[in-house]
Design a protein around this ligand. Structure first.
Ligand SMILES: *[C@@H]1O[C@H](CO)[C@@H](O)[C@H](O)[C@H]1NC(C)=O
Ligand SMILES: *[C@@H]1O[C@H](CO)[C@@H](O)[C@H](O)[C@H]1NC(C)=O
Ligand SMILES: *[C@@H]1O[C@H](CO)[C@@H](O)[C@H](O)[C@H]1NC(C)=O
Ligand SMILES: *[C@@H]1O[C@H](CO)[C@@H](O)[C@H](O)[C@H]1NC(C)=O
Length: 340
């Protein structure tokens, strides 16, 4: 199994290994439950392999929806039906428990509860599991080794909820889910989805000018988009010299599952000329993308040099047709198209 991960790990020249699919790899279930009033609630559920969503809970039919052809991993239909049933019961019990606590005045309508739970695998073996609950966007409580820990920031409410859930039934079932079902599912997904997870998609890169940081200063922006996997290296360079002022944003998701990043550099207006943006990514196989700021500018000039006379020509032609072809008009037209 580890062999599948190696190509994902050994991605970048210089040993740089940003986020991406590096180990440990996690599988998590995310639940977002909104309670508007005691008769109106909404449960959203989803399953995630690392950063990639693989499953959705369809609360209408109370079934799991598979977002990728490989989202079933190596589980049988029976095992997935059992999981459907398990989640159906879980959501019912969860709502009942929450209603009890609104009776205890721990939660007041409207409120939102978020749960993230799952496991981590390292070198093909379970390396950890987690179960965290948030109320109104803040940590509320977590379960570790089957015991409930109230979040220190959540005050007495979390302590009271934990007290009730200290002696939870189904301990064996929960233990089995986290220490057996979850890592098996995760490893099965990594295997079934490996063609997709190990694909290589080349980035596109372009330069632009950001909002001016001040008089006589420029903000150069290098955009890198559409790459997969996530680890990438982007720097502003002067010759072979990395510019330490390079600021990198967060790596953001594109809708198609690829990634986007921008790197900016603030410079004095006169110092931009010989700067370039360099992009290294595993899909480029060592052929780094290098974009020069000068060329970027001259591309702008070329566009200007082509577009402006073209527009003038079109305006002139329009005028020429309107003015009924007097010799004078033709002459004017010729003159203003080619002002030199
Ligand atoms: C609960 O909230 C929903 C949505 O806002 C509303 O349509 C409904 O009338 C409310 N029910 C009660 C009993 O307040
Ligand atoms: C569930 O049903 C509602 C109402 O029919 C619909 O708006 C919603 O999109 C459905 N949800 C899913 C996940 O199909
Ligand atoms: C959970 O249990 C394991 C083994 O029983 C132990 O090594 C670990 O420290 C425990 N973790 C916590 C947070 O209690
Ligand atoms: C699925 O793959 C995992 C990891 O290779 C393995 O442990 C498990 O036995 C396989 N089968 C099922 C049904 O989980």
């Amino acid at each position: 199994m580890l062999f599948l991960l190696l190509p994902l790990l050994a991605v970048l020249p210089g040993g740089e290994n940003a986020d991406g699919f590096k180990e440990p790899v996690s599988f998590r279930v995310i639940q977002i439950s909104s309670f508007y009033n005691h008769s109106w609630k909404r449960n959203l559920g989803s399953g995630w392999l690392g950063d990639l969503q693989t499953h959705t809970w369809d609360s209408n039919s109370s079934t799991i929806i598979f977002l990728w052809p490989w989202s079933r991993g190596n589980f049988s239909s029976e095992e997935w039906m059992d999981l459907d049933t398990l989640f159906r019961l879980y959501f019912i019990r969860f709502s009942e428990a929450v209603h009890r606590h609104t009776g205890d005045l721990i939660f007041e309508y409207p409120f939102e509860i978020q749960v993230t739970a799952g496991c981590e695998v390292y070198s093909g073996k379970l390396s950890g599991s987690f179960f965290r609950v948030a109320h109104q966007g803040s940590d509320f409580m977590s379960f570790q080794n089957n015991s409930c820990l109230p979040s220190p920031l959540a005050g007495n409410a979390a302590k009271r909820v934990c007290k009730v859930h200290q002696h939870q039934r189904n301990k064996d079932l929960i233990h089995h889910l986290f220490s057996d079902t979850c890592p098996r599912l995760l490893l099965g997904l990594l295997d079934a989805g490996k063609a997709h997870l190990q694909r290589q998609v080349k980035p596109e890169a372009w330069l632009s000018l950001g909002p001016s940081p001040g008089p006589g200063r420029l903000l150069l922006v290098c955009h890198v988009s559409g790459f997969y996997p996530k680890p990438v290296w982007v720097r502003w360079m002067r010759g072979e010299q990395e510019q330490p002022g390079t600021k990198q944003g967060d790596i953001l998701p594109n809708a198609d599952g690829t990634w986007y990043l921008q790197a900016t550099l603030e410079v004095a207006a006169g110092e931009a000329a010989d700067l370039s943006c360099r992009v290294k990514h595993s899909s480029l196989e060592g052929q780094d993308i290098v974009l020069y700021w000068e060329h970027h500018n001259s591309v702008g000039l070329i566009i200007l040099a082509v577009i402006v006379p073209l527009l003038l020509l079109i305006v002139c032609l329009a005028l020429w047709f309107r003015k009924c072809c007097s010799f004078n008009a033709k002459y004017m037209c010729f003159k203003s198209t080619y002002p030199w």
